[in-house]
Write a protein of this length. Structure first.
Length: 375
């Protein structure tokens, strides 16, 4: 067997059980013209996504390797049809690696959203912003938008993401703005967002400014959470919510203060005393009532938001996310799932490599038994 084929067999052994059947059920391998097997289809798609080859170069290389005989247009259509299949493979691999989340959703449809920048290769390459939303815990992408980084309507805002009643949106401090919170509230959705004390001013019941520094300063114990009823001023009225906070460990707080001071040393503004004070706390604003989520549950759900950020980190650091196809949202989503699949397979190979067999691969039947046994 050719070494390249041996490598592929090893990689294919890391895929979730039933991965070829999933291609049939998802429609990815329907009318498999130009590809002799589902395996060759996936190899060709990963050649395009993983190596960054253009569609035209990919089909030339695939033909030379005996994997496929298709046009670049046909390959693009195959990539689009493979979106659901690639997403399912990613979700299965993520379940294998495991990650913790609160057990009870309390009837909410939980979503995590974020934005990230990608730079096309070369000094003159364009910069793009990906606006991305996934459902929790399935990690199914329910919103994808690609915009420029310059001009009106290209920034990060909660109002960009369509929502419905019953949604619970998890977002970072970059989305901590009254307009976005108001937009989601009008659609009947709830929000948990990291507080940015500058862009999201909070008010008390009487309309006066909430004394954030004073109230937070009363929290002296680590690991004890607290909440306050606060209001956000929108364009059409006030929005009721809660400020939920917990004090960080001294080690975590010191790391946060060092980051702030490092930015100042690199030419940024001198930090205000309250900025250094707030670095000792995690502060989250939510519109979820206490009857549905306690303060501790709000903070735990905010922690789950890291899943979408980890997706972007994997794509950028391990999969070298660069020139994003701009044909349409459909093909771009499939391309992103392909990138994520490569990252997850690499992580799984790294885990297995700690105790890889001396002959260079696992015995499939024995490994199935070990996986069931929990090893």
């Amino acid at each position: 067997m050719h070494p390249v084929d041996e490598n592929w067999d090893l990689l294919a052994s890391l895929l979730p059980p039933g991965w070829e059947e999933q291609a049939v059920l998802s429609g990815a391998s329907e009318r498999l013209r130009g590809f002799s097997t589902t395996s060759n289809l996936l190899r060709t798609l990963l050649l395009h996504v993983g190596k960054g080859y253009s569609l035209r170069e990919t089909v030339v290389r695939a033909k030379a390797a005996g994997l496929a005989e298709v046009s670049d247009v046909a390959l693009m259509k195959r990539l689009q049809k493979a979106e659901k299949w690639l997403r399912g493979l990613c979700v299965s691999l993520l379940k294998e690696s495991g990650w913790e989340m609160p057990v009870e959703t309390h009837g909410f449809n939980v979503r995590a959203l974020d934005g990230t920048l990608v730079q096309e290769p070369g000094r003159s390459g364009s910069s793009w912003r990906i606006h991305y939303s996934v459902q929790i815990p399935s990690l199914v992408c329910d919103h994808f938008e690609l915009t420029s980084t310059k001009g009106a309507g290209t920034g990060e805002t909660l109002g960009r993401f369509a929502a419905m009643e019953g949604d619970l949106v998890l977002a970072d401090r970059g989305f901590s703005k009254p307009a976005g919170i108001e937009a989601l509230s009008r659609q009947g959705a709830a929000v948990i967002v990291r507080l940015n004390s500058v862009s999201l001013p909070l008010f008390g019941e009487d309309g006066s400014r909430f004394g954030l520094a004073e109230e937070i300063g009363k929290m002296k114990e680590t690991g004890v959470d607290r909440a306050w009823e606060v209001w956000v001023q929108g364009t059409q009225g006030r929005i009721a919510g809660r400020l939920c906070a917990i004090r960080k460990s001294e080690e975590a707080a010191e790391r946060a203060r060092r980051r702030i001071q490092r930015k100042a040393q690199q030419g940024g503004p001198k930090p205000k005393p309250e900025t250094l004070q707030y670095a000792s706390y995690v502060m989250v604003f939510t519109t979820v009532p206490t009857s549905r989520l306690s303060t501790a549950e709000v903070l735990e759900w905010y922690r789950v938001r890291w899943q979408i950020e980890l997706v972007f980190k994997r794509l950028k650091t391990l999969a070298e996310l660069g020139a994003l196809p701009k044909h349409d949202d459909h093909s771009a989503r499939a391309w992103l799932y392909g990138k994520l699949l490569i990252v997850l397979l690499g992580q799984k190979l790294e885990r297995l490599g700690r105790d890889i067999s001396p002959w260079g691969y696992r015995l499939p039947e024995a490994w199935k038994w070990q996986r069931v046994a929990g090893f």
